[in-house]
Ligand binder design. Structure first.
Ligand SMILES: [Zn+2]
Length: 319
């Protein structure tokens, strides 16, 4: 017998709303994500950026912060190789055109981990801009393969690096366990011998960093993958949490934990886009990222957090 408001699914009852949401999930969720993103666009920040500071979202976990003429770039991935080449393990090559078009200036590059969607474009960008990169020993290996050993600084945890007007601190972190919640995909150090032969599996994760940035009296925290080590965090009450949300379903209670640990005023979600699609085309949401669901998760922790999101390549500037 069925109860009003429920449906029978495989012999068990479920609330009608849940069942319908489940059955319609892909299309309905995408529409929900699109409307949530439109409503929460970063142009409406209630905590405006400091005067003269600009911030651009480069897609995936990539950002450029610029202040007093200094351009600080984080996890740039402009090339966005198609899914077919990635799953066939074709060698991944950076697109010079896309790098030049979207990151014309870089005075320092910060890398949170070395999966291809964070690090593929880094050596070529550093070569073209003549700037240093900061990150893990895996990043140092990658830069060495590109003949750029001298341009890489292997970050020391907790040390404050003064980069132009920015003060940057690397905080030990961890990656979400994307392999069925059991392990990190492509774990460990980079061991390939030739840059030109590197396919996606060669871009191993290496040490994962959260990155704390202070500039112009404000603080930012870049969380590139949806996991963290609370005990490693020294910074609290950051102004802007740049919160990677892909794969958070594999990390127990990620949203509540990261908000509790960092107590941000503003949460800027990223890494929700489908990075197998070109950056310059219409944005798709990454499979199962459920941006609208993330907004609800934040609200369940507290309605006091402001949630915002960029359009791809959108720039906001403090007046
Ligand atoms: Zn990753």
């Amino acid at each position: 017998m069925s109860v009003p408001g429920t449906v029978q699914v495989g012999g068990w009852s479920a609330p009608l709303g849940s069942a319908v949401r489940f059955l319609l999930a892909p299309g309905a969720r995408q529409r929900n994500d699109v409307s949530a993103a439109r409503e929460l666009n970063v142009a409406q920040l209630s905590q405006p950026l400091p005067t003269g500071l600009s911030m651009t979202w480069l897609g995936t976990a990539g950002f450029t912060l610029a202040y007093e003429g200094f351009h600080l770039v984080i996890d740039p991935y402009l090339t966005r190789t198609g899914l077919g080449s990635v799953v066939r393990h074709r060698p991944l090559r950076p697109s010079v055109d896309l790098i030049d078009r979207h990151v014309p200036r870089a005075d320092a590059i910060l890398v949170g981990h070395t999966h291809f969607d964070h690090a593929l474009d880094v050596p070529e960008l550093a070569r073209r801009r003549g700037c240093r990169v900061y990150g893990s020993s895996a990043l140092a290996t990658l830069m060495g393969l590109a003949g750029l050993t001298d341009a890489c600084v292997t970050a020391e945890p907790g040390r404050c690096y003064a980069l132009g007007p920015f003060e940057v601190t690397f905080v030990p972190s961890v990656h979400s366990k994307l392999v069925l919640g059991l392990k990190v995909n492509a774990e460990g150090e980079i061991t390939c011998d030739h840059l030109d032969d590197m396919h996606q599996g060669c871009f191993r994760c290496g040490q994962v960093w959260g990155i704390h940035i202070a500039v112009a009296g404000r603080t930012f925290y870049h969380q590139g993958s949806a996991n963290l080590i609370e005990s490693a965090l020294r910074h609290r009450a950051v102004d802007y949490l740049l919160c990677g949300i892909a794969g958070r379903g594999f990390t127990r209670d990620y949203t509540r934990r990261v908000l509790g640990a960092l107590q941000p005023k503003t949460v800027i979600a990223h890494h929700h886009d489908n990075f197998f699609l070109p950056l310059e085309g219409p944005m798709g949401f990454s499979f199962n990222v459920n941006f609208g669901g993330f907004v609800e998760e934040v609200r369940r922790v507290s309605a006091d957090f402001e949630v915002r999101v960029f359009d791809p390549l959108q720039t906001v500037v403090g007046d």
